[in-house]
Ligand binder design. Sequence first.
Ligand code: ZN
Length: 242
Amino acid sequence: MRVLVVSDIHSNLPALEAVLRDAGSFDVLWSLGDVVGYGAEPNECIARLQGLEHRAIAGNHDWGALGKLDLEDFNVDARRSNLWTREVLTSQAWSYLDALPQVLVEGNWTLAHGSPRHPIWEYLIYTSTAKQSFGHFDTPFCLVGHTHVPVIFRDIPDRRDCLAMQPEERSPFPLTEGRYIVNPGSVGQPRDGDPRAAYMLLDTDEATIEHRRVAYDIAAAQRRMRAASLPTRNSARLELGW
Ligand code: ZN
């Protein structure tokens, strides 16, 4: 099965459309949370996903927009974006977000936005927290988002740490010998210094992943954010990819 894995779309429709064009055909799309927040097109991004064969989990921004998380826990710009999103969400989009589970298990894959231990909030940035996470899911592989930085963590049994690797672009990577936690990076708000939208293709039969980046119309996303009076810091950072 060919799976298109996306995370942290953050209401950025031009980025999502570029990913869908670039990915080619796929059997199913898996979305790892934060469909909304920051960007200007939350309803449009949700509608686009709903038109596709897909599975999805919730992220902290999805819950923040619904009021399922205390907005005091967000920085001031993220809080403003969440309040704006709350105002514009259609009732259909609201129901969609409200029904998203925190964790999904799809065959050999566990899906969690932040981490399998604390799915909504925990950031897997360091190998030490990644190592602890391997004890919190039962499948060979886990997919996470939330940091907006692509990475492959490989467990090394009997060691206190695990390996962190940067995925190579458009080069299938076999997940052999052991267990892995993989982050595809962010579609709509990349933060690894590369402003292009990030995503991943997954071959579940071969257990290979392919990291991809694709350029999109950043100026269009920024224009729509400005027109919606969303925080300028969050539109400006799109062209820097941080
Ligand atoms: Zn996010």
